[in-house]
Design a protein. Structure first.
Length: 411
């Protein structure tokens, strides 16, 4: 018996380093997966501790607050076991049985394998617990009745499905998982219907978010805006490329998620989005002023007055200061709302990888008349955006009326 106990102790002693190494590997893997799943963006308030919650998430049904997902037992998820965490992540089910609001993208995460969920949970258990309660979400009736989400989940909770990938490369399949599940890109880039559910027949064709357009991510639309696989990978990695810089809701995605992903995974995402082989990217030529509409011709002077100081007279931009207008993807969107919002709202200072910075862009909402704003939009879109149509002042005013309240705008 004594020898048996000695051998057992020896076996346990030999196994302990292996188990510790496995646990350490799981935590490191979970940290990467949490980044790929962009957990920090929704669970961190501006200026707040990472993962401590409090971020207001504006929805058509009211403001929902990101929860504390640190290991705090009183205010976070410190009492969750792996089963309960997996249920929250993939089914939208809290530990107490209540339904989470689908601002939590369990509608995409439901395709996440258990091993990935366990790894994320293992990582979250290692971060510093923050003993602070996040604001409580209080929606108006009937949206405050969480029981009603049972029916919503039955109808829409598992709508996201992976496409048939027979004959596709492993790179394409990995990209699909990164985009559709972990990155949950469709949650913003897919239009939603009246019940707030994604319209799966229009998946990744673009969606509205706080007055901005999350543009189409379909391969043909990306290529029409000048994207190729290398530029798209670069954009995700560095937050900037020849097509411009990330701003608004995408800037936190870059800052908290995509800049920390491996080059292999970023290339896989670009391969999935653009296809393999990818359609040829459309290259635009600059349109001579004489070939533009009268409104756009007038807009040239407005551009020189308020834009050229940073973006340069001929739209080439200035390194580390302002993006180029030539090839800019925002100008190439058929829907002009993002360009309008940027001109009116401005963009805060942006920090990208390395020493790359972009200075803040002021808003010009109070500096341009409706006619001047319309002329400027027409000049930018026709001159560098490949758009032949002309906006009327009434078109611009309609978009202005659709703008969200100032407190709902993000930069």
């Amino acid at each position: 018996m004594k020898h048996l106990l000695s051998r057992l102790a020896l076996a346990v002693g030999l196994a302990a380093p292996v188990l510790l190494a496995h646990a350490d590997d799981q935590v490191k893997r979970g940290e990467y997966l949490a980044r790929a799943a962009d957990c920090m963006a929704c669970h961190t308030a501006p200026g707040g501790a990472p993962f401590a919650g409090g971020l207001p998430i504006v929805s058509p049904f009211g403001t929902i607050y990101g929860t504390n997902i640190t290991p705090s037992k009183a205010h976070g998820i410190g009492v969750y076991n792996d089963d309960e965490f997996f249920a929250a992540l993939t089914e939208g089910k809290r530990r107490d049985g209540a339904n989470l609001y689908p601002a939590m993208p369990y509608t995409s995460y439901h395709l996440m394998p258990r091993a990935d969920s366990d790894a994320i949970h293992a990582y979250l258990k290692t971060i510093e617990p923050i003993e602070r309660a996040a604001p409580v979400t209080r929606l108006s009736f009937p949206f405050n009745v969480r029981l009603g989400l049972m029916g919503w989940n039955l109808l829409y909770g598992k709508d996201v499905k992976l496409a048939q990938t027979e004959g596709k490369s492993d790179t394409f399949k990995r990209g699909e998982y990164m985009v559709e599940v972990l990155g949950h890109c469709g949650e913003c880039h897919t239009p939603r219907g009246l019940p707030g559910a994604m319209q799966q027949d229009k998946r990744l064709t673009g969606g509205l978010l706080n007055g901005y357009l999350a543009p189409s991510l379909l391969a043909t639309d990306l290529a029409a805006r000048g994207w190729n696989q290398q530029d798209l990978s670069t954009f995700l990695k560095h937050g900037m490329s020849a097509q411009g810089t990330m701003f608004n809701e995408m800037f936190p995605v870059f800052h908290n998620s995509t800049q920390g992903l491996s080059d292999t995974d970023l290339a896989a995402m670009a391969t999935y989005l653009l296809g393999d082989p990818a359609p040829a990217a459309t290259v635009l030529s600059e349109v001579p002023l004489d070939n533009m509409s009268p409104s756009a011709q007038r807009g040239r002077q407005d551009y020189l007055n308020v834009c050229a100081g940073c973006h340069a007279p001929n739209g080439e931009g200035k390194p580390h200061i302002a993006v180029a207008m030539r090839g800019n993807t925002t100008l190439r969107l058929e829907d002009p709302r993002n360009l309008l919002r940027v001109i009116e709202d401005g963009i805060g200072e942006q920090t990208f990888t390395g020493f790359e910075r972009m200075q803040p862009m002021p808003g010009f909402a109070d500096k341009l008349t409706p006619a001047q704003l319309t002329d400027l939009l027409n000049y930018l879109r026709q001159g560098w955006g490949g758009q032949s149509s002309e906006l009327a002042v009434s078109d611009v005013q309609k978009l202005q009326a659709d703008a969200p309240p100032a407190e709902h705008k993000a930069h």
